[in-house]
Design a binder for this molecule. Structure first.
Ligand code: SAJ
Length: 422
């Protein structure tokens, strides 16, 4: 479909987003709905096809409506290979490898794929959560592939501006936070940062703060490590409370009445593709000086096995009972199972201890691979699970679980990892 002509937008007549996932697709759709001409690039042809049909391939409130309207107007078009544009926003995954070392293969392949279409005056922004120094590395890859163009740090003149600006959106509120949140923008030079700010100013209502690329990279990692550490404190406190027979939820609620204390909530562990992953990027670049960050990861990662042990102990008090495990996604009211501690708890259960392990997850219609072939384990509905179980374990605090009639829990062993039924 041809892209219609429209007035120049601060020199950003056409913007390309590389990687149409949890961050890239909403960003592309928001810009397109602001009247910008956007080319979305994704290596997966099925993703591209679906988007061009006006469908969102990920679940996020209102995203489907936005994608439909963006493709209907022709402002958003998805392709599998980069095309020339004024600006490129790279939003590809940055997972870690076996040893927790960051895996930058997707960033590198994005750089390789966009290098041939780069032109003088272009802007390249990396948004993926990345170890400090990745934006400089990306400029290096581009400079090697395009010796005819000047890149910051590699030439006396700059033909292509390069900057880093991390996404900060919360799954479930992505479309709101994409526009409203403040942004940190780090240019490889001040002019690079300013150029990136000009682009974000076209759709961001929050304040855009300029800094260096290295600082912006660290800021993103620090935000998520800060949260991981604070959740680890809450999780450690929950273990202490078990030992000294204190209700952790009441203790935290009362401690938080102090004007300068704000303890987060304990749970079955920390999941998702951000908080459980990003602190390792700091550790990888400064292992010797990060005992606290490493300890927090250890505390949060150990929590699922501990919850499974509590369930096993409850089972020992009964004769091979049926257990209902409520919730698999990593947090409430979303369908995302990535790094989910709830999945891990269920995976830790020993089938020999139970007659039946019933799992209730209203947002999925089939069990994830890691649980699919486990003996005695079934995906079932809430009503059946509550009727048949002797042990009920609350793993993810989805809305339908919050409103369960407490009378239905009477006489059962209840393990509420999120404190919603107290
Ligand atoms: N959790 C607790 N106790 C709490 C809060 C969270 O156990 O008090 C658990 C959740 O159940 C979940 C995990 O932590 O398993 C993470 O959930 P979350 O809602 O805190 O965060 P995410 O991973 O969905 O999104 C985060 C956000 N980062 C911060 O709040 C610092 C978001 O703003 C980032 O954009 C996103 O990571 C990202 O992409 O980095």
């Amino acid at each position: 479909m041809p892209t219609p002509n429209r007035p120049a937008k601060g020199g950003f007549d056409r913007v390309s987003v590389i990687g149409l996932g949890y961050v890239g697709l909403p960003t592309a759709a928001v810009m397109a709905n602001r009247g910008m001409s956007v080319i979305g690039v994704d290596a997966n042809p099925h993703t591209v096809e679906r988007i061009n049909r006006g469908e969102a391939h990920i679940v996020e409130p209102d995203l489907d409506i936005l994608v439909r309207s963006a493709t209907t107007t022709g402002n958003l078009r998805a392709v599998t290979k980069p095309e020339p544009a004024n600006a490129f926003i790279v939003a590809v995954p940055t997972p870690f490898k076996e040893n927790h070392a960051p895996d930058l293969a997707f960033v590198e392949s994005a750089a390789r794929s966009l290098a041939p279409v780069l032109a003088k005056g272009n802007l390249v922004i990396l948004e993926s959560t990345s170890p400090v120094g990745t934006t400089e590395m990306m400029a290096g890859w581009l400079a090697a592939l395009r010796p005819d163009l000047g890149f910051p740090g590699h030439s006396t003149h700059v033909d292509v501006h390069v900057a880093y600006s991390p996404e900060r959106v919360l799954p479930g509120r992505v479309l709101i936070e994409l526009v409203d949140n403040d942004r940190v923008i780090g240019g490889l030079t001040p002019a690079c940062g300013q150029r990136a700010k000009d682009l974000y100013s076209l759709f961001v209502q929050g304040t855009c703060f300029l800094t260096t690329a290295r600082t912006a990279e660290l800021v993103k990692l620090a935000e998520n490590a800060y949260r991981d550490l604070n959740i680890a404190f809450a999780n450690e406190l929950s273990l202490v409370c078990e030992k000294v027979d204190v209700n952790v939820w009441e203790a935290i609620e009362l401690a938080n009445r102090h004007p300068r204390v704000e303890i987060l909530k304990p749970g079955p562990g920390v999941g998702g593709h951000c908080i459980a992953v990003d602190p390792w990027f700091i550790v990888d670049s400064a292992r010797d000086v990060t005992p606290l960050i490493q300890a927090a990861r250890g505390v949060n990662d150990a929590k699922p096995a501990h919850v499974a042990q509590l369930i096993a102990e409850a089972a020992r008090g009964r004769n091979r009972p049926s257990v209902a495990c409520l919730g698999l996604s990593y947090k409430a009211d979303i369908d995302d199972l990535r790094e989910s501690p709830s999945v891990e708890v269920v995976a830790h259960l020993d089938a020999a201890d139970f007659t039946d392990i019933m799992v209730v997850e209203p947002h999925i219609d089939k069990l994830p691979d890691v649980l699919a072939k486990r003996p005695k384990l079934t995906l079932t509905d809430l009503d059946t699970a509550l009727s048949k179980s002797e042990i009920v374990v609350l793993l993810t605090d989805h809305a339908p679980f919050r409103s369960i009639d407490r009378a239905r829990l009477a006489g059962k062993s209840v393990i509420d990892t999120r404190g919603i039924w107290r």
